[in-house]
Ligand binder design. Structure first.
Ligand code: MG
Length: 251
């Protein structure tokens, strides 16, 4: 009887350890390297959900008149997003023919899908603008009751600190790669999302983050050997332009 108990207990412990070690996949700017898709498009979000990965990452910026839009580059067809009104941008088409998505439209679609929404708040021209954009974004996420589904990431420490104030129970990860996990945890930031070379140069940060109860995400991991190396390092998430290949490797 006792022997059977111990076999059961050990099996359960092994299962739990494996569950913790499982690396999950985040589609970088959605799943865009596929038919009819484009970076940061609504289609890319839908395709990421179809691929059944953990999350879909996307970039959020604010126009001069305070409209939140989903786009990576600071300018579109020569127009700088932060210096242009939404009225001027709304007529533009992104590469797959879709209208430039507003954050509201993006979140509305995401809410119907079974996938985490990894929302990157881009650094803006001034700290005041960053505070304004962050407050607006958090308010929208809360109003749409998406707090469980949205996770935040940013290169801006100011944005991360604002997020800690406004939505302290959310997943918040810092992207810039220049701060050790424990120092971030002391600020209330509960994740690191660092470029792959930072993580391979600081393998001890994975363990440090886990000791602090933080998640480790790594970007942008497109090569198979690197995926394997990071999976072996037990990072929590791999952010990639190749979600299907990454998913096959994490199984
Ligand atoms: Mg991004």
């Amino acid at each position: 009887m006792a022997k059977r108990f111990w076999i059961g207990a050990v099996t359960l412990m092994i299962c739990l350890a494996n569950m913790q070690a499982q690396t999950q996949v985040i589609a970088h700017r959605g799943f865009w390297k596929t038919e009819g898709s484009a970076q940061n498009s609504i289609t890319a979000l839908e395709k990421a959900a179809e691929a059944q990965v953990y999350g879909s990452e996307f970039d959020v910026q604010m126009t001069i008149d305070g409209k939140l839009v989903v786009n990576h580059d600071s300018s579109i067809e020569g127009m700088i997003v932060t210096e242009t009104s939404y009225k001027q941008l709304r007529t533009l088409r992104i590469k797959n023919g879709e209208q430039l998505p507003t954050l509201k439209k993006y979140l509305k679609r995401g809410k119907k899908l079974d996938i985490k929404l990894i929302l990157e708040i881009k650094p803006l021209t001034t700290p005041e603008m960053e505070c304004q954009a962050t407050a607006k974004i958090v308010k929208m996420v809360k109003r749409m009751r998406l707090e469980e589904q949205v996770e935040y990431i940013s290169f801006s420490m100011n944005v991360c600190e604002q997020l800690v104030k406004l939505t302290p129970t959310s997943e918040i990860a810092y992207l810039n790669g220049d701060i050790a996990p424990a120092a971030l945890k002391a600020k209330g930031i509960n994740g690191i999302d660092y470029r792959y070379n930072v993580i391979t140069e600081h393998p001890e940060w994975v363990e440090e983050a886990h000791r602090e109860g933080m998640k480790v995400n790594v970007w942008t991991v497109n090569k198979e050997d690197l995926m394997k190396r990071l999976i072996d390092m037990k990072v929590d998430y791999i952010t990639t332009d190749h979600p299907l290949e990454a998913k096959a490797m994490t199984k």
